[in-house]
Ligand binder design. Sequence first.
Ligand code: GLC
Length: 491
Amino acid sequence: MATKKVQSESKLPKITVKEYKKIIFLGSEAAPFIATGGLADVLGSLPKELAKKDNLDISVILPLYSNISEEYRKKFKFLTNFSVSVGWRLQYAGVFFYEHEKVKFYFIDNEYYFKREGNIYGFYDDGERFAFFSRAALDAIARLNIYPDVINCNDWQTAAFVIYLKGMYYGDDNFRKIKTVFTIHNIEYQGKFGMETYADLFGFPESLSSYIEYDGLVNLMKGAIEMTDIVSTVSPTYAQEIKYPFFAHGLDNIIRRNESKLRGILNGIDVDYYNPKTDKRIFKNYSATDLAGKEVCKAELQKMLGLPERKDVPIIAVISRLVSHKGLDLIKEVAERLLSEDVQLVILGKGEIGYENYFRYVAESYKGKCAAIIAYNQDLSRKIYSGADIFLMPSKSEPCGLSQMIASRYGTVPIVRETGGLNDSIKAVVGDKGNGFTFHDYNPSDMLFVIKQAISLYYNKDEWNKLVLRVMKTDFSWKKQAEKYEQMYND
Ligand code: GLC
């Protein structure tokens, strides 16, 4: 039956309704609860930014590691428990809940998997632990009836979730409607396991093997890339780079094949958390309009590290995991030449033993010019970000990189190699434009050349101060970037 047209369309009042959407993030770490790297920064700040919008309902699902401090744990509320299949095994899963800054956090509990000493990764059974996590997250969504519109999974630890959802849970209408984004924070870590784990541990059916099997191994990241609706990564440049073998750690052809669903969105940082005006960990607060505090930070840092307290010498800082893709070989190549100049070099980080020993040796040989602290130390890192003049980050590859943004926030001028997110966030100084120093080829002489350029500008106080202000004022907040995530979810 035809319905009568009551009013012509043009006479109807125009109302723009913002679509209400439920988004769930899934990841293996998120600040402030548990943090070992950049992923935790992102999952601690992007959901919070999105949750400020009243048309978005934002949740995050995390493992309930025993390393999460009691201060938080005691506030978590128990919701439910059930049994989860991990291959042929049936394992207990509990779900706890905590709302933090308008984001709903769900924690998956199982002490056998998540009550471990020290680290949160690096165990012989990581594959099993995160297969359990992924499966338990799916079952929790059903149990609690919190089916979202979009699930944004992050890195290999949540890749099995995409595979289970798209390959094994699609029979259920509620699950079939869910769209997935799989975000790659680093393509180097893919979750590769022997084929014997395929059915036994992961419980994957034979029919999915063309997605999941790669080079004779189970490759969870590969499976997720093939099966997800959208693949995103953490900068536009990295999205281009991973189409090539140099960056893709074997997955370049898989990325190229799935190119039509690939996006690159640069990360932001939590500019309230990293704020020299309010940061309690630094020696004295300061801001772009009053930099006096930064001088105090520098003097106190020098005192603390046993370096001569000199205002007139540039402090070059490296804060990094000491692993090869961070470009440390370039630093090794030029460290002694650099230290023959009038500079102070400060290194903070831990990682591969070879680098650790090397930096200890340099600091020992150049006492009074170089200090190396072989540790992961949040508190000290803030003191260095605020007290240094120049921040060196010459990564061989860098999906996004947050340290160059944090350093900028503290008025410490970055020197970066033009790769990944470094390329998207730092533009070379030309006249009164640009927010740092950059070089293109992975080559120690090119790096040393721009370091020397930076040092010579440092002695031109007027120009340098102008640059410091530009650097501090660069907008690295999540505001614009979160819009791009929302757009991606709408698409
Ligand atoms: C990974 C990447 C790093 C990125 C971070 C957050 O740690 O190596 O470049 O900034 O994830 O996305």
